[in-house]
Ligand binder design. Structure first.
Ligand SMILES: Cc1ncc(COP(=O)(O)O)c(C=O)c1O
Length: 397
């Protein structure tokens, strides 16, 4: 076989991918064991029935064709309005391109602003696809560690220290996966100031913007001098309960969107016609949005209350998104060993923090994608496991 390109072989360096605990748990669950799966970030409920009905109606009425490459005009219009709500900045349809999920928007953003040899700055812990998406554009990156004691918000001086002559882009994500941190206005303003001063692009991943309990969502796109340098990644996956439909969009200056339309010509050739029409109905009517946000806020509260007061376990971040981060470093600094032990002893699957970057070592990411009684039961099992670990330790001392 001839050799494959460095471009594709370089996306995921070989070795562990961080999903070992999840796949071990999944295999056992599929073999019939009663495992509580709190390891993935996909809803445990279906897409709202009204969105499904809109899709069925679109299929039945002949919407089976190619659509405009940047998206159906009506879809771009409604997404532009949604972007204005999300970012707090006026948005025209020409500033929007529809993509295959939020991941498609992230890929498009990196392709739009990075060249081979460029440098990007990303915050750690990060959503697992970030490093590969930056590498797919041929660029290198530096990880900025965010710390539990700062609520997992980045320190501006750490970003500043990572700057290189070839730095083109900073990538941020709030509300955050995996930490659940919702960045304060002060943090967002400080990051924006760095971008303006160094003439950088800011890629702002806001896919969890509707899931944030009582915290304010601040998008850098609304800040002075930022609209022309901010690319906002968004998606209907989480907000509208549509993970499998693959509808996302990027909001960016109209010139960037024009070039990205050329990328669409050579990659996806646009979106699915009937899915686009269901997406229009979902956005126009806000199907599911309030209920889903309320559901996750309630779940987060229930789980945190059930964990409250657990010896040697800290909670930081965990203000929005679909996850809670538990600091278990006092119990066992090796979170992967803890997660495997928890799976073995208590049949609960969670993700070890190290899967999301070195700065999440000593933590567990617990997904809130289960009903409240399951979350209560999982918390009880985690507490029992921690108590058993402590008893074992004191017996050994
Ligand atoms: C932070 C973050 N960004 C982007 C995405 C990708 O979203 P989508 O599923 O719409 O591709 C996800 C998905 O989990 C995510 O957590």
């Amino acid at each position: 076989m001839p050799t494959t390109s460095k471009r594709i072989t370089g996306i995921m360096p070989s070795g562990k991918d961080g999903w070992e605990v999840h796949f071990a748990a999944l295999a056992r669950k599929q073999a019939g064991e009663d495992i509580l799966m709190l390891s993935v970030g996909d809803h445990d409920f279906d897409t709202p029935a009204e969105t499904v009905a809109a899709c069925v109606a679109a299929v039945q009425s002949g919407h089976h064709h190619y659509v405009q490459l940047p998206g159906l005009p009506r879809l771009r219009e409604v997404l532009a309005r949604l972007s204005a709500d999300c970012t707090g900045a006026d948005t025209t349809p020409e500033e929007v391109i529809v993509t295959q999920g939020g991941q498609g928007a992230l890929f498009a953003a990196c392709q739009a602003v990075l060249d081979p040899g460029s440098h990007a700055i990303i915050m750690s812990p990060y959503y697992a696809t970030y490093p590969g998406t930056v590498r797919a554009a041929g660029a290198a990156f530096t990880e900025i560690d965010t710390r539990p004691e700062d609520g997992f918000e980045p320190r501006p001086e750490a970003i500043e220290a990572a700057m290189r002559p070839e730095t083109k882009m900073i990538l941020v994500n709030s509300p955050n996966n995996p930490t659940g941190a919702v960045y304060s206005r002060r943090t967002v303003e400080a990051i924006a100031e760095i971008c303006r001063r160094h003439d950088l692009w800011l890629v702002s991943d806001e896919v969890y913007w509707t899931l944030r309990a009582e915290r304010e969502h601040v998008s850098a796109r609304s800040l002075p001098g930022m609209k022309e340098r901010t690319l906002v990644v968004n998606s209907l996956s989480k907000s509208h309960g549509m993970t499998g439909w693959r509808v996302g969009w990027l909001t960016a200056p109209a010139d960037v969107i024009r070039h990205l339309t050329s990328l669409n010509i050579v990659s996806s050739y646009g979106m699915v016609d009937f899915v686009s029409r269901a997406a229009i109905a979902a956005v126009e009517n806000g199907y599911g949005v309030a209920e889903i946000a309320e559901r996750y806020a309630a779940r987060r509260k229930v789980f945190l209350e059930a964990m409250h007061g657990t010896n040697n376990v800290g909670v930081r971040g965990s203000e929005g998104g679909m996850y809670v981060m538990l600091d278990i470093s006092q119990v066992n600094p090796d979170a992967e060993a803890f997660a495997f032990g928890l799976l073995e002893a208590e049949k609960v699957a969670v993700m070890p923090g190290g899967s999301f970057g070195a700065s999440a070592e000593g933590h567990l990411r617990v997904s809130m994608c289960q009903e409240e009684p399951v979350l209560r039961e999982a918390a009880a099992r985690i507490r029992r496991y921690i108590a058993a670990q402590a008893a074992q330790r004191s017996a050994a001392e």
